[in-house]
Design a protein around this ligand. Structure first.
Ligand SMILES: [Zn+2]
Ligand SMILES: [Zn+2]
Length: 402
């Protein structure tokens, strides 16, 4: 099928895709158990020639589309969880659940994947291969994709998927542009907690106590110093301590001081190195002042790494579909993180950013993903549906020659 035909087909389902997006937007749920959203998705898929598997450990939903002819399997993914946030967009379909909002565009992802499922199911008899539709909860820090993998996502169908494709909408880019790079696309994001254990006492007599606050302050500085002296500048990383908690009064030296921060890295090696370095610096600085430091690293998502071949395929398909001027190869990754990374560790594939910044706003200068005022341009839905469909055709053909 010529790629432009995907765009025409997408227009045919546009109204239903928008309606689904708005319904999800009005009912945002947070975490791994999203009963209302799951019901909305199941209702939307009902009646399509798609076999449904409802996951048990989470609200995940898997759709299986078997093509009319044998062939490989491609997995497409949309997440459908929201964030704890008070929506302040003024949209007529704004959140009906106080303190919860679809502020990362996951409602758009799910609507686009539904649109693609509908179009692909209509032409299933002509497909040489299968499509696994992954609707996942818990992307926003709840490891939803990991739970779905552990529940056997990739074994849902024979043959197992050998190509993977996902879209994330973003207001950092103009509507209908596709932005992607091969290699690291998004960071590994981990949490670090350092507890400095001193000895409390009177603020006027520090020699009779062991002050954890000044040691914690020194650890913050020493870690930033070590980042520039010990880390390879060509393998980027960021450490930020966003919290320093200590004390109950201005004239008391507290027992402990706690630093909490995040590390962002672009490779497994640097990730390990940064964590070891923080531990070493915290222990060393604490020891120099006669106190102890305990460092705990809470692992978040691994690095999201785009496969080179699938990236090239995406660049080509998007250019044919939308025009070369709407396709951009990114020079740098994003320091955000994605649990789609878990799937990409097992199946060669990509995440592509689809621009959704409304025309009257300036990309990068308007409310962004995770803002309580972010507004995504629904015109992008059409491009997203068409891109999913076109990528299935391309990836099934590519995978067939493996
Ligand atoms: Zn997000
Ligand atoms: Zn997101």
């Amino acid at each position: 099928m010529p790629q432009t035909r995907s765009l025409e087909s997408a227009r045919r389902v546009f109204d239903d895709v928008v309606a689904l997006r708005r319904k999800l937007h009005r009912h945002p749920e947070v975490g791994n158990h999203l009963p209302v959203s799951r019901k909305i998705i199941l209702d939307a898929l009902f009646g399509l020639e798609i076999e449904i598997v409802e996951h048990e450990t989470t609200s995940g939903v898997v759709g299986i589309l078997r093509g009319g002819q044998p062939g490989p399997t491609v997995v497409l993914r949309a997440d459908f969880d929201a964030l704890h946030l008070h929506e302040d967009t003024g949209l007529e379909f704004a959140s009906e659940y106080e303190g919860q909002m679809h502020a990362c565009g996951h409602d758009l992802h799910t609507a686009m994947l539904f649109g693609a499922a509908r179009l692909l199911s209509e032409e299933a008899s002509n497909l040489a291969g299968n499509v696994l539709f992954m609707f996942q909860p818990g992307e926003e820090g709840h490891h939803g994709a990991r739970f779905m993998l552990d529940e056997g996502l990739l074994d849902t169908i024979e043959p197992r998927p050998t190509r993977a494709f996902a879209i994330h909408v973003s207001t950092l880019y103009r509507t209908g542009t596709v932005n992607i790079r091969s290699g690291p696309m998004m960071a590994a994001a981990d949490k670090v907690v350092i507890v400095v254990k001193g000895r409390g006492g009177h603020a006027s007599a520090p020699h009779n106590a062991a002050d954890p606050v000044s040691v914690a302050a020194e650890i913050v500085m020493a870690v930033q110093m070590a980042m520039t002296r010990q880390g390879n500048v060509f393998d980027p990383a960021v450490v930020t301590f966003g919290m320093l908690q200590a004390g109950s009064a201005y004239n008391i030296i507290p027992e402990t001081a706690t630093l909490t921060g995040t590390t962002r890295t672009m490779s497994a090696d640097r990730r390990k190195h940064v964590h070891e370095m923080i531990r070493q610096v915290a222990n060393g600085v604490a020891a120099a002042h006669g106190v102890a430091a305990e460092t705990e690293v809470i692992l978040g998502y691994p690095v999201t790494i785009n496969d080179r071949e699938v990236t090239d395929a995406t660049l080509q398909v998007a250019a044919e579909l939308l025009g070369q001027d709407r396709v951009h190869e990114l020079s740098a990754p994003s320091m955000g993180a994605e649990d789609w990374s878990y799937v990409l560790e097992e199946v060669p594939g990509v995440m592509a950013f689809l621009g959704a910044c409304p025309d009257h706003l300036e990309p990068g200068n308007s409310p962004a993903n995770h803002s309580n005022r972010v507004v995504f341009d629904e015109a992008a839905l059409n491009d997203g549906v068409a891109l999913h469909v076109a990528m299935v055709h391309r990836l099934l053909a590519d995978a067939a020659t493996d």
